[in-house]
Design a protein around this ligand. Structure first.
Ligand SMILES: [Cu+2]
Length: 79
């Protein structure tokens, strides 16, 4: 019983940590975009699409998918 309680606490905590890191990732991407990085038009489009996907998924509660999209955007940006 105690173990179960600890496990569910850990899960809730992990969920919260993930939920909180999406906005941080978006912020990092926005900060990088604000510096007008030299990207090809294709990469720029990809980053904007991934950034929008990330925000949409985050709002929908799918933080894992959001983080994945944002990580891809960050990779293109060289973050
Ligand atoms: Cu999220």
């Amino acid at each position: 019983m105690k173990r179960l309680l600890l496990t569910s606490c850990a899960l809730v905590f992990t969920g919260m940590a993930l939920a909180n890191s999406c906005p941080a990732e978006m912020k990092a991407i926005d900060a990088k975009l604000a510096t007008k990085p030299a990207l090809t038009a294709t990469d720029q489009e990809k980053v904007m699409a991934l950034r929008a996907d990330g925000e949409r998924l985050h709002k929908a509660g799918d933080h894992a998918a959001s983080m994945k999209a944002l990580a891809q955007a960050k990779q293109i940006l060289g973050l």
